[in-house]
Ligand binder design. Structure first.
Ligand code: 13P
Ligand code: ZN
Ligand code: NA
Length: 283
C-alpha cells in the first residue's frame, strides 16, 4: 500500500540523502518513475499538482498510485503539491493520498500557521504527512505565479516557530530556488539552509528542483534538504520526446509507440535524479 512519506523523509534527513518527488501528469509518467524507483531501489514520492488533480481526477490518480504501490518492492507515497484549499486536501486524503502540501506562503505568518495547524490535525488521524512552505518560492507552477521581485526567503527563526506552532512534519523553506528552468543559475542561500536546519529537525523540502546545478543539489541535500521536487524537467523531457518521435515517425499514430519512447526518457531522467540525491539503493 501507499505509505506516509514522513518516516521515509525522517530517515533520509538522518542519513543525509534526499528522496525525489516527481510531478506526474499522465499514467505513463507515473509508471516511468515507478519503474525508475524499482530499478534503482529508491524510495519514491509520486506527486500531483492541483492542476493535474483537475486534469485526471483524484480517483484515477489514487487508483493508479495504489496499484503501483501494491506491486512495488520499494516504498511509495502519493503527495498533493502546492494546495491552497483545505477542502481539496481533505478529499485527497480520503481518496488515499498519503502526503499533502498546504501552501499558504502567500499569506501572513499567523494565517499560514492557523491553516497549516488545521491540516496537521486532520492529517494526524489518517497518518498523512503534511508539508508547508515559508517564504515564497519564485517562478511559475500551474496557477501559482511568483515574480522574481516578489519571491522571499524564509526567515530561520520563523521556521523554528512555525514548526513548533503547527507540528508540521516537513517544511519547505524558500532559500533561493524557483519553479521552472533558471535563466542562468539559481541564487541559493546555503548559509540560510544551514541555519534553518540547525533550528528545525524536521526534514526540509527543496522546491524548484529542475535546473539546479548538480553540485548545488548535493550541497542542499547534505545540509538537510531531504526531499527534492522535480516537475518542469520531467514534463519537458516527456513532451520533447513526443515531439521528436512525431518528427521522426510522422506516420506512426499508435500511442503505444510514442508513449513507450517517452516513458523510457522519463525513466532515465528519474534514475539520474535519484542518483544525484543519493537515494539509490536506500529502499
Ligand atoms: P521545478 O518545476 O523547478 O522542478 O519545481 C518543482 C516543484 O517545486 C514542485 O512543487
Ligand atoms: Zn514547488
Ligand atoms: Na527550478
Amino acid at each position: 500500500p501507499l505509505v506516509s512519506s514522513t518516516p521515509l523523509l525522517q530517515e533520509a534527513r538522518k542519513q543525509g540523502y534526499g528522496i525525489v518527488a516527481f510531478n506526474v501528469h499522465t499514467l505513463e509518467m507515473l509508471q516511468a518513475v515507478v519503474e525508475a524507483a524499482e530499478e534503482s531501489r529508491s524510495p519514491l514520492i509520486l506527486q500531483t499538482t492541483v492542476g493535474t488533480v483537475k486534469h485526471l481526477g483524484i480517483a484515477y490518480i489514487a487508483g493508479a498510485a495504489k496499484t503501483a504501490a501494491a506491486q512495488a518492492s520499494v516504498p511509495i507515497a502519493l503527495h498533493l503539491d502546492h494546495c491552497q484549499s483545505f477542502e481539496l486536501i481533505m478529499q485527497c486524503m480520503r481518496a488515499g493520498y498519503t502526503s499533502v502540501m498546504i501552501d499558504q506562503s502567500m499569506h501572513p505568518f499567523e494565517h499560514n500557521v492557523a491553516v497549516t495547524r488545521k491540516v496537521v490535525e486532520a492529517a494526524r488521524a489518517l497518518d498523512v504527512n503534511v508539508e508547508a512552505e515559508l517564504g515564497k518560492v519564485g517562478g511559475v507552477e500551474d496557477d501559482i505565479h511568483v515574480d522574481e521581485d516578489m519571491a522571499a526567503l524564509a526567515d530561520p527563526d520563523e521556521c523554528r516557530r512555525f514548526v513548533e506552532l503547527t507540528g508540521v512534519a516537513t517544511l519547505a523553506p524558500a532559500i533561493g530556488t524557483a519553479h521552472g528552468i533558471y535563466k542562468g543559475e539559481p541564487n541559493i542561500d546555503f548559509e540560510r539552509i544551514g541555519q534553518i536546519a540547525r533550528l528545525v529537525d524536521v526534514p526540509l523540502v527543496l522546491h524548484g528542483g529542475s535546473g539546479i546545478p548538480e553540485a548545488q543539489v548535493r550541497r542542499c541535500v547534505s545540509l538537510g534538504m531531504a526531499k527534492m521536487n522535480v516537475a518542469t524537467e520531467l514534463k519537458n523531457a516527456f513532451t520533447a520526446s513526443l515531439q521528436q518521435f512525431f518528427a521522426e515517425h510522422p506516420g506512426d499514430l499508435d500511442p503505444r509507440s510514442y508513449m513507450s519512447a517517452a516513458k523510457q526518457v522519463v525513466k532515465r531522467l528519474a534514475m539520474e535524479k535519484m542518483e544525484l540525491c543519493g537515494c539509490t539503493n536506500k529502499a
